[in-house]
Design a protein around this ligand. Sequence first.
Ligand code: ACO
Length: 325
Amino acid sequence: KTNATITAIGGFVPETILDNKTLEKMVDTSDQWITSRTGIKERRILSDKTLATSDMAAFAIKNLIENSNIDPSEIDCLILATSTPDHILAPTASIVCEKAGLKNAWGFDLNAACSGFLYALSVGASLIESNRYQKVLVIGADQMSAIVNYEDRNTCILFGDGAGAVLLEPTSSDLGVIDNVFKTDGNGIQFLSVPAGGSLFPASEETVANKKHFVQQDGRTVFKNAIKGMSSACQEIMERNELASEKIDWIIPHQANLRIIQAVSDALDFPIEKVKINIEKYGNTTAATIPLCLWDFKDDFKAGQNLLITAFGAGFTWGSTFLKW
Ligand code: ACO
């Protein structure tokens, strides 16, 4: 049987830092409140208005290529997980293929909000396992600053911009993506969405005046569901793979809130020291949090180690992936 394994990683975060002190001047909040309630100290913002999600994705691919021996023309397929496409039409993946010089790749966008990268990793792994593709790029990229209202303290403190990329290749070993648990609950839409700009509420003067093109959320409901969703998806995959807590080397959770991560670690009775956390410097970059974590901590992962990756996001969407490094 062919498995899909991660053979290269790249990442990109914009240079501009938006720290809690600066946010204090923008909305009624404090560094103390943000740090204690979320764990976030700063986030990166794509301040160059000529750039967008596709550029961050292309920069992450460039970084991946610099760190590996592959030629862009060798890539067969690109899956771009994003909730902030450059345009509603056409797919951002097409723009990324062009900007990154992926001459022989086909590509598509996948929108599963904060779970997007994990869903995309599973789809990419299936393409490799089919034996029809040799090199599949899976990207998580989001420019959350484009859809966040910087007058709303409930949301603007949480999000940042960034992109992460992984390359999947076939292996006949027992390494790579082993198993996934994925869930979707459309009832969650009322608690977290960007209501306007799609087919239900196309852009109009009214939707703009009512700020319906920005992220709206019921933070407390999302918070509770995120803990429940990620914990139960991890438990399900652990039971199915007879993966006792002691057998897991690292957990890589979606970075939405440090207290969510802590609660998931507690629910799994798993030591927090072995949970990868970088939320303090990037905030919630939606589909990019997990690949940016893999990128930041790649030197800690050793061949054969068991990684449990978990995500929760708008939709609601959630899940967990068992990966042997
Ligand atoms: N600064 C100061 N006070 C604030 C701020 C702020 N930035 N934001 C909210 N408050 C106030 C509220 O108005 C409220 O005041 P009140 O009691 O007078 O009404 C008080 O703080 C407590 O508000 P809560 O919403 O109960 O605070 P909570 O502890 O739940 O933290 C937060 C809010 C950080 C949004 C949390 O609920 C959260 O992280 N939820 C998950 C949201 C999320 O991550 N969404 C992203 C996408 S989905 C995902 O990635 C999982």
